[in-house]
Design a protein around this ligand. Structure first.
Ligand code: NAP
Length: 325
């Protein structure tokens, strides 16, 4: 990092071959863990630009980074919803060269669609989908010119299948999946790889933020039956899901580091083996009947079976991580 705060490839004690990795959303959770794991790489293979929209939140990251701070890790401001912020952030990286972009910033949204405003829904799409697109548009010309790069996107198992009362969040992750799968084909011609990392539930601030949001919201215009299904069926089941099969952000970050290190990066990587039985329901029956009916049955008709199933998945006899290929 030079005197003007610019990130240099020839940083202190850093191998000149170190790759510049830009990670969005590093104030907490997966982004924070990933930035720290990369910056503390024993072989110093990465120069990490750990970004967040509000620098007042940088304390936790700086503390976790320890000695890596200012050496292999630089903290920078980046709001993925702002073109100016993206341009400003990239202008601080020498040559604007990003070797690995990790689109991690994201927001959740749960609740009955009747009770959510279009403006709220758009803000989720703007962050989760257009935020990733905005960053990709900014780094692609450089990656194409250099004929190398890796774009990693923190998607979700909800980019593979819808989940009740997560309609808008799942839509944003489906959008991400379609966009990046399409882009992956063209980019291979430029030696640029695309990887969609798909965690199941992860124990970060994400769930807490959602629960705080729903506890204060009334969802106006929603009928009493739907509100009952949301509050008394969905929310307890969701809490149980996090409790039983929730993964740590450290585990997810480790899975992302492996994807970044891979010589043949995968297009898709689920991180939680305990969640695979749920994603498999859609794969084994492409009509979607099996997934929709089984999930409906588990939530509305056989809740005890759902709890038993989650307890079995949580019992520890299954591996917690999907092994890299
Ligand atoms: N937790 C889960 O269960 C789970 C499961 C699957 C996938 N994911 C995905 O994993 C990613 C990280 O989530 P997490 O679990 O680590 O949650 P988290 O701790 O809430 O982290 C989300 C990060 O995104 C940032 N962010 C939100 N809007 C932003 C914007 N406009 N510009 C820049 N940063 C912004 C947040 O910053 P602020 O602190 O300023 O809000 C925060 O740093 C998300 O894409 C999420 O969809 C999470």
């Amino acid at each position: 990092v030079d005197g003007r705060g610019h990130v240099s490839r020839q940083g202190i004690n850093m191998a000149s071959s170190a790759r510049t990795v830009l990670v969005s959303g590093c104030s907490s959770g997966i982004g924070l863990e990933l930035a720290v794991q990369l910056a503390r790489d024993p072989k110093q293979r990465y120069q990490v630009v750990a970004t967040m929209r509000d620098l007042r939140k940088k304390g936790a990251l700086e503390e976790a980074a320890g000695e890596a701070l200012g050496k292999t890790l630089t903290v920078a401001q980046l709001d993925v919803c702002s073109d100016e912020s993206v341009a400003q952030c990239l202008s601080c990286i020498q040559g604007g060269e990003v070797d690995v972009l990790v689109n991690n910033a994201g927001l959740g949204l749960v609740g009955p669609v009747e009770g959510l405003s279009i403006a709220t829904m758009k803000s989720i799409l703007d962050t989760n989908f257009f935020g990733a697109v905005r960053l990709v548009k900014a780094v692609l010309p450089g990656m194409k010119r250099r004929r190398q790069g890796h774009i990693v996107v923190v998607s979700s198992v909800m980019g593979l299948q819808g989940v009740m009362f997560n309609d808008v969040y799942a839509a944003s992750k489906f959008a991400v999946e379609g966009f990046f799968e399409s882009l992956a084909i063209q980019l291979l011609q430029f030696n640029i790889h695309v990887s969609l990392v798909e965690p199941g539930p992860v124990i970060t601030d994400f769930e807490g933020k959602l629960l705080a949001q729903v506890s204060s919201q009334e969802f106006p215009g929603t009928d009493p039956d739907t509100l009952h299904y949301f509050r008394d069926i969905y929310l307890p089941a969701s809490r149980e899901l996090f409790r039983s099969v929730g993964q740590s952000p450290q585990d997810v970050a480790r899975a992302i580091v492996k994807v970044i290190n891979s010589s043949r990066p995968p297009l898709r990587r689920q991180t939680n083996a305990r969640y695979v039985p749920l994603t498999a329901l859609k794969v084994v029956a492409p009509s979607g009947h099996l997934y929709v009916r089984v999930t409906h049955g588990l939530l509305f008709r056989w809740p005890r079976l759902l709890n038993l199933g989650l307890r079995c998945l949580a019992c520890g006899c299954l591996p917690t991580r999907v092994r890299p290929q």
